[in-house]
Design a binder for this molecule. Structure first.
Ligand code: DX5
Ligand code: ZN
Length: 214
């Protein structure tokens, strides 16, 4: 199981310490980019990602919650980001060409969906995308409650990936913690994104380890 802690829940006055901690404990570093239009919140952009990229020693996993995600792919590649996910709801018919664009830039391509999008809408991208990001809360804010139905959505997607003989990873994001990590793994998740359950604890490194061993 891979753990991708979300910096959204870190202390923004001390992102340096957060990244240093993740450099030793995390598998991926999850960056939540929000534009105030695709989601009703604004997080951070390149003024934060540029300096973070110089410090990050683990793969950076950028979750774009923005309209026109493709506008930012080249700059993210320039920052040495490894994985970029964008929302199906934002990309629509451009989903396949966005995946190709990310691949042409040497990036891993992820397709994300909110909880109200039928998981079957991802099926056409099996064999194209490197990973799928299943939101288990509505994108926009950290600290929300996990939507239990997400387990079935993950299991459905996992069996279709297996049925077609592919190897795409499934990443789950929102309300993930020690209470649901084992069930998520059993449902077929490979990557756990965790904000609050990592950073709002006494020992974030131990919290990451707990999730990894779920
Ligand atoms: C929400 C973000 C998540 C968020 C997760 O829109 O995509 O990555 O940071 O936070 P928690 O783990 O607190 O739900
Ligand atoms: Zn996220």
């Amino acid at each position: 199981m891979l753990v991708a802690p979300s910096l959204l829940a870190a202390d923004f006055m001390d992102l340096r310490s957060a990244v240093e901690m993740l450099n030793s404990g995390a598998d991926w570093i999850h960056l939540d980019v929000m534009d105030g239009t695709f989601v009703p919140n604004i997080s951070f952009g390149f003024s934060v990602i540029d300096p973070l990229s110089k410090l990050a020693a683990k793969p950076m996993d950028t979750h774009l919650m923005v309209v026109h995600p493709e506008r930012w792919f080249e700059r993210l590649a320039g920052d040495g980001v490894e994985c970029v996910s964008f929302h199906l709801e934002a990309a629509g018919r451009r989903t396949s060409s966005n995946i190709e664009l990310l691949h042409s830039l040497g990036l891993k391509a992820g397709v994300a969906i909110n909880p109200d999008v039928p998981v079957q809408k991802l099926f056409p991208y099996i064999g194209k995308a490197d990973y799928f990001l299943i939101m288990s809360v509505f994108a926009g804010f950290g600290g929300q409650k996990f939507i239990p139905d997400s387990l079935d959505r993950i299991a459905t997607l996992r069996s279709e990936i297996v049925r077609r003989g592919h190897k795409a990873l499934i990443e789950v994001d929102g309300g993930v913690g020690p209470g649901n990590a084992a069930a998520l793994r059993q449902a077929g998740a490979d990557v756990l994104v965790a904000g609050s359950s990592v950073f709002n604890t006494e020992d974030p490194c131990a919290a990451i380890e707990l999730l990894r061993r779920a």
